[in-house]
Design a protein around this ligand. Sequence first.
Ligand code: PMM
Length: 289
Amino acid sequence: MIDALKLPVGRSLSMRRPIIMGILNVTPDSFSDGGRWLDIDAAVAHALRMVDDGADVIDVGGESTRPGAEAVGDDEQIARVVPVIERVRRALDGRGSEAVISIDTMSPRVAEAALDAGAAIINDVAGGRFGTIEVAAERQAPIVLMHMAGEPKTMQDAPHYDDVVSEVRAYLVERAEAAVAAGVPRGQVVIDPGIGFGKTREHNLTLLANLDHFVATGYPVLLGTSRKRFMGSICVDANGDPPRPDTLVGATCATTALGVAAGVAMFRVHDVLANRQSADVAHALRQTS
Ligand code: PMM
């Protein structure tokens, strides 16, 4: 088990308890919180609130990756995320907070600009395919490598796997080994099965039921289920309709607790307080059994 992620500038992030990563989408069109945090003051206040609620990491993203989303150019992403990262980092430092900022991007240029502005972790939904691995190696920054079948615009067009668990796992191990070969220390590579990215409801459920297969790779695992559409299709209301995404807090917490039980290390969530509590109780139980 890895005790801590080593961060640039001599800091570290303890992994002795589950890590909660609070989501800060600086985008007009993300699935459940698009448009809410485009104003910098509102974004900074929301980040600080998430830290007060127990977030260890604030994940800042300037490009929506919801199904069907169009790609956003590097310059536009940088213009969205850099001022927010600078302001959040300054506010956290001003409070003596150890909380860390990650940058959610597939672009090496955006990752570099974000690290320069005060981010310390790269979170890449494309598994480092477009060059973020090299940035992580050069800057000695931890990197999250996620599995996505194809790209956001088309990924939900009839996704198919013969064996979703072994195919996603093999892909992630291959990407993680590529990161290590490029110079990212082994203990700095986090893998993520990419719930909802080019997967049907059954694929998502199968991955969630088999998280231990990903934990068994030895790489820390991150899980991102927060408010995702497949849970809405399970938690239908009395009319058989999916509930609003922002009401899927209990659904997300269920997956967080099961993730902790399976050995998952990090959770990317919108509702920090509820997931912090869910993860902490599940963790205490795991330590006991
Ligand atoms: N999901 C989204 C964006 N970034 N990053 C990781 N590592 N894992 C995820 O599951 C993930 C991610 C999409 O969710 P959002 O649009 O609600 O932020």
